[in-house]
Design a protein around this ligand. Sequence first.
Ligand code: RB5
Length: 143
Amino acid sequence: MKIALGSDHGGYALKMSIIEHLKERGIEFTDKGCFDEKSCDYPVYAKAVTAAVNSGEADLGILVCGTGIGMSMAANKVKGIRAALCHDNFSAQATREHNNANVLCLGARVVGPGLALMIVDTFLDTPFSNDERHIRRISMIED
Ligand code: RB5
């Protein structure tokens, strides 16, 4: 499994914690920026991460900004992307099982790093259910 990560300045520190966590777990990743805490524009990184997911360069994406909201709005504009803003474990599990979410969005100013890493693990470790009703609903979103 390979993960594409992106953040703006508001999400940079949490993204770096997630990267350390992925290294500890031996999960491959690509960091699409930003690369420091200078003020920058989150849609740039949402575009880069969603492109990596859509091209198959990455299996899943993780986007972090201050609230996670801007990143999820930007990511969900991209066809083929199902980005889920999750600040609890239940949502992270349910959105993989039901929505086959392919991008996780997090708000670094909303959750602490402990909970955020737990959410990341749940998101990465939960497979899509493949239930017919969920496949049907996802196709309706795509249409
Ligand atoms: C940046 O200050 C902040 O607006 C951004 O990180 C994010 O929260 C936007 O949705």
